[in-house]
Ligand binder design. Structure first.
Ligand code: FAD
Length: 380
């Protein structure tokens, strides 16, 4: 049997590690580069709390050690009818396919009108540019998301860190944070005290929250919001709306609002195809934790079918550790339908936890099966 995994991020590598624990068959990972970066820790690059090298690992080496093949190649076409994938290094066939190519950050960023006047706080390049600008500017800073962007936690962190850097440099500049929800920071969490506490913390830090506002366009030195109001800022950092990458959209696999339509909690898109991580449609934010849970659930589903072994399935939720310069915070919202766990706290020590977890992710090439998620009954 041949298992083919497209993408070596949180979801793709989690699939490979977990599958190898249960099957001896052919497993192949195809990804653009063998050099993988643990990007959830990137905000700490802005304050030199972490070095670029500490975020990196060699995925080919990690996979080969487990007898998993790794092809450094670009996926060009996915052909579900013939069960084949065309890449820059030839065709690969499969019995089961795992789509784990992320949320098309770059291609969606380039769709924003005037994107060249802003940076994107996702890629390493984006973070290095943002760092240079934040330590140089005497002007205002704007951080926000495009409408429909399914992750806002990184923007909260950038706003907090920007405020810290300005304070440390003694620069009297404004930091604007636009939140998609009219309730402000963590607005989509359905518990009032959470966003009230979060908003008052951000306001105490001197951040101007533009509630219920998204980025429509960027011009030189200003952002045009969805209500056509213009906000002037010298540093503009944004996250785009995401979608399944173009190569997935072209494949004919069913989409739901630009993402791969999957059944939950199995993340199955078709009988032999699973859609994982940032490219899968779920009502939850697209996070690394969710990507790893999607991979765990997909493999558990297959192992049950192929081997009759029952493994736990997990529910999605939100776990966000925020780096904020000289302070930090944690938000957890998890529910299994019956029980709900919610926490929002601020304390500098959370950064230490985040750094330790990131170290573990890098050292183990994302083979970290515990995500603090709740187990749910499988419904495949
Ligand atoms: C600044 C920032 C901070 C974040 N912090 C957190 C956090 O604290 N906690 C959290 O849970 N989440 C966080 N996230 C979200 C998290 O990074 C993403 O949700 C996660 O990367 C998604 O994992 P994935 O496996 O779906 O995709 P990715 O990690 O994006 O992996 C996709 C892989 O596919 C490869 N690929 C793509 N297209 C092709 C192609 N055509 N051919 C070959 N290979 C291809 C890519 O090169 C990449 O290796 C953060 C995001 C940002 C931007």
């Amino acid at each position: 049997m041949k298992f083919l995994i497209l993408g070596a991020g949180y979801a793709g590598l989690t699939v490979a590690h977990k599958l190898r624990r249960f099957v001896r068959d052919d497993i192949t990972v195809i990804s653009q580069s063998r050099l993988i970066r643990e990007n959830t820790i990137f905000p700490l690059l802005l304050t030199d709390e972490i070095k670029v090298e500490e975020t990196e690992f060699d995925a080919k080496e990690a996979m080969n050690m487990k007898n998993v093949s790794f092809e450094e190649a670009e996926v060009k076409e996915i052909l579900p009818e013939s069960r084949e994938v065309e890449t820059s290094k030839g065709k690969f066939d499969y019995d089961y396919l795992f789509l784990a190519m992320g949320g098309g950050y770059d291609e969606n960023f380039r769709k924003i009108k005037g994107y060249e006047n802003a940076v994107m706080h996702h890629t390493l390049e984006g973070f290095l540019k943002l760092k240079e600008q934040l330590w140089k500017t005497d002007g205002d800073v704007f951080v926000g998301n495009v409408k429909g962007s399914p992750i806002e936690g990184p923007s909260y962190q950038i706003a907090l860190i920007a405020e810290y850097i300005m304070r440390r440099r003694g620069v009297k500049a404004k930091v604007y944070l636009a939140t998609q929800s009219p309730k402000g920071v963590f607005g989509p969490i359905p518990i009032d005290w959470v966003h009230e506490k979060a908003n008052s913390y951000f306001e105490r830090r001197g951040i101007t929250i533009l509630k219920g506002r998204t980025v429509k366009e960027v011009k030189r030195g200003k952002v045009v919001l969805d209500d056509d109001r213009e906000v002037e800022a010298e540093v503009i950092s944004i996250l785009p709306k995401l979608s399944a990458p173009e190569v997935v959209k072209r494949s004919g696999i069913t989409l739901n609002s630009d993402f791969v339509d999957v059944k939950l909690p199995s993340f199955r898109a078709q009988e032999r195809i699973f859609g994982l991580g940032d490219l899968a449609f779920t009502p939850f934010p697209r996070t690394a934790r969710a990507a790893m849970i999607s991979a765990e659930n997909a493999v558990s589903t297959l192992i049950k079918e192929l081997k009759g072994i029952e493994l736990p399935m997990y529910s999605l939720g939100v776990l966000c550790i925020m780096e904020g310069g000289d302070d930090a915070g944690i938000l957890r919202f998890d529910t299994d339908g019956k029980n709900t766990f919610s926490t929002l706290n601020f304390n500098k020590n959370y950064v230490l936890i985040k750094k330790m977890y990131s170290r573990l992710l890098v050292k183990r090439a994302f083979d970290v099966p515990y995500h603090g998620a709740l187990a749910v009954r499988p419904q495949v």
